[in-house]
Design a protein. Structure first.
Length: 180
């Protein structure tokens, strides 16, 4: 029988398969490196884009913070102006008060009572004067007590015909109606 040696054919086939395996392995390695590079580039671009957007947002937020600071400053100035306006309005409304106080004092003074001195400290008037009798001083005190602009008349001193008393000033609740 003839002997045929199949070993070189098998060795050649194995060598061919080995070459195919290594070439596929190298091709896959190159392909995976290529895919990794593309993925890394894509992610780097995404990261740069996001950082650019974040920078724009940060810039806009800083601008908005500056505007909010200006708005806060303007609100504080507005509040200060409103409080000043209220003070001025209150002073404007209280301006005719002194006229009413003196008018009420004149109406409260009975005949036979004369003032020597009238002084004011805060909301208390101190009146010193001369009276023909003590009943006229008590009439003065009653008249002051009945007035809507005065309260708590207090007699400090009475000597012969001289007297000294204090009286508190008040603002009647319906003062706005009285001025109109």
């Amino acid at each position: 029988m003839a002997t045929i040696n199949l070993l070189p054919w098998r060795d050649e086939y194995r060598q061919e398969r080995k070459r195919e395996f290594f070439s596929i392995l190298i091709l896959l390695a190159i392909l995976s490196c290529l895919v990794g590079y593309v993925w890394f580039s894509f992610m780097s671009n995404q990261l740069e884009d996001q950082q650019a957007r974040n920078a724009i947002f940060t810039k806009e937020l800083n601008l908005l913070d500056a505007k909010v600071g200006k708005i806060t400053l303007l609100k504080a100035q507005r509040k200060e102006l409103e409080s000043r306006t209220e003070v001025i309005q209150g002073l404007q409304n209280k301006r005719p008060l002194i006229v009413h106080y003196f008018d009420q004092i004149v109406r409260a003074v009975p005949d036979g009572v004369y003032f020597k001195r009238l002084s004011r400290a805060e909301n208390i008037y101190t009146i010193s004067g001369i009276s023909e009798s003590n009943t006229r001083v008590s009439t003065l005190m009653r008249n002051l007590d009945e007035s809507p602009f005065f309260a708590s008349p207090n007699l400090i001193n009475v000597v012969k015909e001289s007297f000294e008393l204090t009286v508190e000033t008040v603002i009647p609740p319906d003062f706005a109606n009285l001025t109109n």
